[in-house]
Design a protein around this ligand. Structure first.
Ligand code: NCD
Length: 317
């Protein structure tokens, strides 16, 4: 497998930094990886001898497993490391921890951190490739890419497609990565949520902002629902979960406003009965589990692109 020359990717810090061509090249490569994942033996020798360290300083289920699986399917050696079992809880600074990790000579570090900018901070100070697996409320680029992949796979070219992103936009790194990516690929993005969850200046990211969900969902090709990020909010910004559901949740009646072929998406973890009704989460239009499946292929493409840019892929593979 060869990485196209447009795809020089020493790190993946955010979709804000990528061009439309780089995003498209990554999605094309992910399609090849998905074909590998559908074989009986889901493995390529491409990253033999490459060490990938997953450094998760914030909880994760899907993303960490997905990256570990992606690395293993490319034959890389992986090692996982999470906050609760590390010396970070003993007061060590991020930079000291990172220097110690670097001393063990990994090739790529996949990092999730509660501080926005932590992956960039590391990329400027240590020599290995850094892949952002979610930093605070800033970006979650591989989630953005897997969402774009899923939309493109189902709908084709995203230019002019109406995508509604509903919920806690202000605290969501998933929303921010999607906004950057969708804007670059020419989609027509609409966001809606309670006023307390719409960041000032969000329209500067190239989207239309609505106070109510109905105009956002009206005629949409994609309806993406987001969880309320209580862990990132200083105060409770909504009165009650059931009230939130009544005004901002996606149920079958609201989904009727969208195109009949509209995709229902959610990055997980879902709060059923809050942002999304079970009948919709499990309904015929939901592609939520396909998002998870595509996530492995997208992360394989990202790890491969970073390794290839650094000249690490194994010859002849
Ligand atoms: C998201 C995250 O961690 O940002 N989850 C994920 O990676 N699939 C979204 C969330 O926590 O709500």
């Amino acid at each position: 497998m060869n990485a196209p020359s447009t795809l020089q990717l020493r790190h993946l810090l955010g979709l804000e930094e990528l061009s439309a061509e780089q995003i498209t090249a990554l999605l094309d490569m992910a399609a090849q990886m998905k074909a590998v994942n559908q074989r009986r033996i889901k493995k390529l020798p491409t990253l033999r001898g490459v060490t990938v360290l997953t450094f998760f300083v914030e909880n994760s289920t899907r993303t960490k497993m997905s990256f570990e699986l992606a690395a293993k399917r490319l034959s890389a050696d992986t090692m996982g490391f999470s906050a609760s079992t590390s010396s970070l809880s003993k007061g060590e600074t991020l930079l000291d921890t990172a220097r110690n990790l670097e001393a063990m000579a990994p090739d790529i570090v996949v990092i999730r951190h509660s501080s926005s900018g932590a992956p960039r901070f590391l990329s400027e100070r240590i020599g290995c490739g850094i892949v952002n697996a979610g930093d605070g409320a800033h970006e979650h680029p591989t989630q953005g890419l897997l969402d774009l992949y899923t939309m493109r796979d189902k709908l084709g070219d995203l230019r002019g497609r109406k995508v509604a992103i509903i919920g806690d936009i202000a605290h969501s790194r998933v929303a921010r990565s999607n906004l950057h990516g969708l804007h670059k690929l020419g989609a027509d993005v609409h966001v809606a949520g309670p006023a307390t969850m719409l960041p000032p200046g969000v329209h500067a990211l190239g989207c239309t902002v609505h106070a109510r969900v109905e105009p956002a969902i009206d005629g949409a090709d994609v309806v993406m629902m987001l969880r309320i990020q209580r862990e990132r909010q200083g105060n409770d910004l909504i009165p009650h979960a059931h009230e939130y559901h009544r005004f901002f949740g996606l149920d079958a009646a609201r989904l009727q406003l969208a195109q009949p072929h509209a995709l229902v998406m959610h990055p997980g973890p879902m709060n059923r009965g809050v942002e999304i009704a079970p009948e919709v989460a499990d309904g015929a239009q939901s592609v939520i589990l396909e998002q998870v499946e595509n996530g492995v292929a997208v992360r394989m493409a990202v790890l491969y692109a970073v390794a290839a840019t650094r000249g690490l892929e194994s010859q002849g593979a």
